[in-house]
Write a protein that binds this ligand. Structure first.
Ligand code: FES
Length: 157
């Protein structure tokens, strides 16, 4: 075999390997995309309807913050309950309860709300939304943040 032939064979091998490699990458990529396509795109979101426990777990005159579910559970001194969303009505930041002055404040642009959710100051255009709170047949408090109720809604237990 001449030197020229050896050079041609090695070039041929090189091109063959490049070809095989390209085909392997194409098949691998197509396989990954096919498997990914067959797997459903599911968003795992927190349910809007959930149990909050028994009414006696909440003392009268208390504010309970559930930051994961973005809701405040307020039990008035009379024992009645209501729930308000902690999502600010301005641009949707999560508000926080301040026990020191019993107000709800928004960390983003400084809106302040009272415990009924009414705007006291700041750019928020409307009150915090009151959401459904009810009792199920086992006597547990159920909150549904997807259902809004009127600003005077109260759950009496
Ligand atoms: S998002 Fe709350 S004041 Fe702007």
């Amino acid at each position: 075999m001449s030197k020229d032939n050896q050079k041609n064979v090695s070039r041929r091998d090189f091109i063959w390997k490049i070809g095989i490699g390209s085909v392997a990458v194409s098949i691998g990529g197509a396989s990954v995309l096919t498997v990914r396509y067959m797997k459903p795109n599911v968003l795992f979101e927190i349910p809007t309807r959930f149990r909050m426990g028994m009414p006696e777990d909440f003392s009268p005159g208390s504010v309970t913050t559930d930051s994961k579910r973005k809701v405040f559970i307020i039990r008035q001194k009379t024992g009645a309950f209501f729930a308000i969303s902690s999502v600010c009505s301005h641009l949707g930041c999560i508000t926080q309860y301040r026990s020191i002055d019993e107000k709800i404040s928004c960390p983003c642009h400084g809106s302040i709300f009272n415990l009924s959710g009414e705007v006291l100051s700041g750019p928020a255009p409307k009150p915090l939304q009151r959401v459904l709170i009810e009792i199920n047949d086992r006597g547990e408090l159920i909150v549904d943040t997807a259902i809004t109720v009127s600003d005077d809604y109260l759950l009496r237990v």
